[in-house]
Structure formats: structure tokens, C-alpha cells
Design a protein around this ligand. Structure first.
Ligand code: ATP
Ligand code: MG
Length: 171
């Protein structure tokens, strides 16, 4: 099954991100990520056999994660897939170190595919027609986080859907 590790936004922030997605959609077109799918990916694991997915769920359920606060303050785009996102102007140190420590644990469990760089972002649009984000009002968001989620991604006929398999403990 296809798995990734992510932060899921608290409900109020999910709504605010949804409003930004709506607004970006009006400017850039493309496909707006639905509110329930908005997230921040910390690690994309790819296709994982079921037995290993169970072991990973157990690991996540026991994995303490330092709490933090992320402040997305910038718009950005990934040209090739036509993605428009919100993220931070300079990579957030706490998130970069969380990503590195999660990958350290994943590699010890035999997972490969650690990326050479990490740009913390929340995808709002896919296949956007316009990728010009320079004129947009910068976002002013605060994302308090305490938990990492292990998420399964299904592609149904029309779009990706996510299912949370496990969460790190609230300490
Ligand atoms: P779809 O691919 O069907 O458009 P999706 O990108 O939301 O939908 P997945 O491809 O399963 O669904 O990706 C799950 C998460 O992992 C997303 O945040 C995606 O951006 C990220 N991701 C997917 N592939 C990679 C990759 N090769 N490297 C890094 N992150 C990835
Ligand atoms: Mg994808």
C-alpha cells in the first residue's frame, strides 16, 4: 500500500487553508485540493507491503514527536506538476529536523527514497493553469502541531483519498 508521513492541520487551520485554496484557485485555476485532504508531507514512503505497514503503524504509535509551531508565510509553485502551495520563505528548522529524524528511523526500518532536499509545503492546487504566485498576498498562518500521522493514499477513479492508519502519541 502507498504510505506517507504527514502533519494533519487542526480543524480551524484546515478551514483557513481551504479558503486560501479557494482564493488561489480563482487566480490560478487547476484542481483545488479538497479540505479533507490538506496536509504537510514529512516523508513519502511509496509502496509498502502490508506486514511492514503494520510494523510502521506500531512504530508511529510509539514515536514521540516534539511539538512545534509552523508559520507558513509564502506562496510557491512546482512547475512540472503544476502545483501551487503555501510554505515558508526559509525552511523551518524544527520541521527540517523532524523530517531528518523521521527519515533516520525509516531508514533503520529498511525504507529507502529519502529526498535530497525538503521543502515544507501544503499543496493547494494541482495542474494549475497559472503558476505566478508573486502577486498574491502572503499567507499569515500558524500551525501548532503535536502529532505525526501515518497515512495511506488510495487512488480511486477520480482522485487520491487518504486514510490515517496510526498517529504518534500525545505526550
Ligand atoms: P495524486 O498523485 O493521485 O494526484 P497525491 O499526490 O495527493 O494524489 P500521493 O501521490 O499518494 O497522492 O502522495 C501522497 C503525498 O506524498 C502527497 O503529499 C504527495 O505530494 C507526496 N508525494 C508523492 N510522491 C512523492 C515523491 N515521489 N516524493 C515526495 N513526495 C511525494
Ligand atoms: Mg502524487
Amino acid at each position: 500500500m502507498r504510505l506517507f508521513l504527514a502533519l494533519m492541520p487542526p480543524p480551524a487551520l484546515r478551514r483557513r487553508l481551504g479558503e486560501l485554496a479557494e482564493w488561489a484557485h480563482a487566480h490560478c485555476g487547476g484542481r483545488r485540493v479538497p479540505d479533507e485532504s490538506l496536509h504537510l508531507t514529512l516523508a513519502f514512503l511509496g509502496e509498502i507491503p502490508e506486514a511492514q505497514a503494520e510494523a510502521l503503524s506500531t512504530w508511529v504509535a510509539g514515536r514521540d514527536v516534539p511539538e512545534g509551531e509552523w508559520r507558513p508565510d509564502a506562496w510557491g509553485a512546482f512547475r512540472r506538476p503544476g502545483i501551487v502551495w503555501v510554505g515558508s520563505q526559509t525552511p523551518d528548522r524544527a520541521l527540517v529536523s523532524l523530517q531528518a529524524s523521521l527519515w533516520h528511523d525509516l531508514e533503520r526500518q529498511g525504507i529507502t527514497g529519502r529526498p535530497s532536499r525538503f521543502i515544507p509545503h501544503v499543496t493547494l492546487l494541482r495542474r494549475a493553469r497559472r503558476l505566478e504566485t508573486a502577486g498574491l498576498t502572503p499567507p499569515d498562518l500558524v500551525w501548532p502541531y503535536r502529532q505525526v500521522a501515518l497515512v495511506r493514499s488510495f487512488t480511486d477513479q477520480y482522485r487520491a483519498r487518504y486514510q490515517t492508519l496510526a498517529r504518534s502519541p500525545l505526550t
